[in-house]
Design a protein around this ligand. Structure first.
Ligand code: MG
Length: 371
């Protein structure tokens, strides 16, 4: 279980349709892939996307963190002492949570392989199957309504609707158009991605409540740092409020829970710095009877697969936002998680269940860009 090598690769996969939120528009899923090999020939894989507007990381910073900071720390180390390794990994640099997550998930992939178990079982095995939502990007109401109908026709019963751009009345028009188009039985959850002020959020949410638009919950209505504002929204509305960008670390989660600033937390590996700290957030939330969602950034099936294994391992993670790989034109993995419409199932192979990463093998040259 001795770590022999750590390599990074750059990948870029185009999206089928531009992904638009209150924070950004994405047309290509860029990422750094990491491969960690042990002396006995096992391979663990990880992924980190550069989500500048949320984590502050770039392809260059992710690569630097992994190659210059983590690699020297980990080469030659024994995975039998993984608690020690994770502690050192997370102390080696502040922030840079996505870079840490890529290395962390590759190490968990290896640990589960040594245990001979799929990663979700190694971590706890609360569930063996998940149902993901599908995200409707923020656009004009008519385009959003027709996108929503397409996703429902593709087999998705839960839609996550991006709002938070323009006037409050624009957002209400968007949600009304979608609700009218998909009918009463489809679950709608919203994500404002920090796009409202606290008062705007209360105004918007009260209107949704009055018009009985039947919203499951609303993610991150206000600015990430504004926990008082988040609490104001939570206290003045009935629809459950979820903290996303406000919660990166276990310390953020502790503050949100202590303040009762939100009803729910969205745990993402790319914010938490990987599974090691995501588990701590989930446990903290569970000890306060708080339910969580796990979602992803715009990631390929590698990063989302690790997040899905994590989510399936914990019983208080009950909402899943794992549609990102379905938005991509290409799947680089053989193996890994499997999608049947909105259902996600797990490969019985140990670890993340990745047989190979196609373009890494085809190119043959390590550290080669795919672009
Ligand atoms: Mg969100």
């Amino acid at each position: 279980m001795i770590i022999r090598s750590i390599e990074t690769f750059q990948v870029a996969v185009p999206l089928k349709k531009a992904f638009k939120t209150a924070l950004r528009t994405v047309t290509v899923a860029d990422a750094i892939y990491v491969r960690i090999q042990t002396q006995d020939g096992r391979e663990g894989f990880g992924e980190a996307p550069p989500t500048h507007v949320i984590t502050g990381e770039s392809l260059a910073s992710i690569r630097f963190t992994i190659e210059e900071v983590m690699k020297p720390l980990l080469i030659g180390r024994d995975l039998h002492y993984h608690e020690q390794l994770f502690q050192e990994l997370h102390r080696s640099m502040v922030r840079n949570t996505s870079a840490k997550a890529a290395v962390d998930m590759a190490l968990y992939d290896l640990l589960a392989q040594y245990a001979g178990l799929p990663l979700y079982q190694y971590l706890g095995g609360a569930k063996s199957e998940l149902t993901t939502d599908y995200t409707v990007s923020v656009n004009e109401p008519s385009e959003m309504a027709s996108d929503a109908v397409n996703y429902v026709n593709d087999g998705f019963q839960i839609l996550k609707v991006k709002v938070g751009i323009g006037e409050i009345s624009d957002d209400i028009k968007r949600i009304k158009a979608i609700r009218e188009a998909v009918g009463p039985d489809i679950k709608l959850r919203l994500d404002a991605n920090q796009g409202w002020t606290p008062k705007e959020a209360v105004q918007a949410i009260k209107q949704m409540e009055q018009e009985q638009l039947n919203i499951e919950f609303i993610e991150q209505p206000v600015l990430a740092h504004d926990l008082e504002g988040l609490k104001f929204v939570t206290n003045h509305t009935l629809i459950p409020i979820m903290a996303d960008e406000s919660v990166f670390s276990v310390y953020d989660a502790k503050r949100v829970i202590e303040m009762r600033a939100a009803d729910l937390i969205n745990i993402k590996l790319m914010k938490a710095g990987g599974i090691y700290h995501a588990l701590k957030i989930a446990t903290l939330a569970a000890s306060h009877d708080m339910k969580c969602m796990t979602g992803s950034m715009i990631e390929t099936k590698l990063g989302v697969g690790a997040a899905a294994h994590f989510a399936a391992s914990q019983s208080n993670i009950v909402y899943y936002d794992f549609d990102a790989p379905l938005m991509l034109k290409e799947d680089l993995l053989d193996g890994g998680i499997q999608y049947i419409d909105s259902k996600i199932t797990f490969n019985p192979a140990p670890g993340l269940g990745i047989k190979r990463v196609n373009k890494l093998v085809q190119r043959g040259t390590l550290n080669d860009s795919f672009k």
